[in-house]
Ligand binder design. Sequence first.
Ligand SMILES: Cc1cc2nc3c(=O)[nH]c(=O)nc-3n(C[C@H](O)[C@H](O)[C@H](O)COP(=O)(O)OP(=O)(O)OC[C@H]3O[C@@H](n4cnc5c(N)ncnc54)[C@H](O)[C@@H]3O)c2cc1C
Ligand code: FES
Length: 254
Amino acid sequence: MVTAKSFVEEIIKIENNIHLLKIYSPKIASEITPGQFLNIKVSDNFFPLLRRPFSICDVDEKFIYIMFNILGDGTKILARKRTGEELDILGPLGHGFKTEGNFDTAIIVAGGLGAAPFPLFTKQMSSLGKNIYSFIGGKSESDIITYGMNNTFISTDDGSFGFKGTVIELLNRNIKILQENKIKIFSCGPTPMLRALKEFCVKNNFDCEVSTESAMACGFGICQGCPIESESKKDKYLLVCKDGPVFNIKDVLI
Ligand SMILES: Cc1cc2nc3c(=O)[nH]c(=O)nc-3n(C[C@H](O)[C@H](O)[C@H](O)COP(=O)(O)OP(=O)(O)OC[C@H]3O[C@@H](n4cnc5c(N)ncnc54)[C@H](O)[C@@H]3O)c2cc1C
Ligand code: FES
């Protein structure tokens, strides 16, 4: 993990009003693996005080991309950044996805902005020669993000785009793809989706890694501010920033 002089290159708007922030940061870019994150100080003054964590969406030589939607103060400030502005970033942080292993097909399950880590992940899977199917869900069409993903299957709760129902129901409808290949599932998204995915994986005995979220301060294991309960050891907590954000779905209580 390093802090290194980094600069805003540009902000690109992609589908559904999602922003891609392109950051010039050669040193950090050279050390990234899929599923890691950056902790970004969005302003030079004391407001907002805490850095904001963002999944690393993609890396292109000396550039890092993050994906965000304007939600509150931090992302409002980020969206106003101009080309050439210096950006104080800390990264790469955390443990990402285990991309090597005994599977030939990666199944991505992403809900809403949970799509953020998967463009880089998809690139890496392709370079390792793995097949990829991407199951993408949202409440309605405006939540669907397919940027940087291949072989997409879409679901929306209201049926405004793709299959009408949850992404887990969509997985169930396509269970043959999962059963007929040597698969591993990789997921990121809202907690109810991850809970349902855990039930689905346990029932079908599928191996699965999930990228989790928690409120964070330091981002590297000092403040103890981002606990997640361990599944295997009762009353033991892990840190999302240091032990995660990616965990095997069996290891954490979601
Ligand atoms: C490991 C990790 C990776 C993350 N990756 C991304 C990413 O790739 N892209 C991204 O946009 N965000 C990501 N987040 C969330 C991000 O850090 C911010 O919390 C979020 O962007 C909102 O920041 P803000 O300052 O604009 O909003 P705040 O001012 O902090 O909050 C404004 C409002 O939004 C709500 N809110 C805050 N965070 C979320 C959230 N995650 N989902 C729903 N509501 C929320 C708050 O409760 C509040 O009501 C990640 C968080 C973690 C822990
Ligand atoms: S954010 Fe400080 S320990 Fe995780």
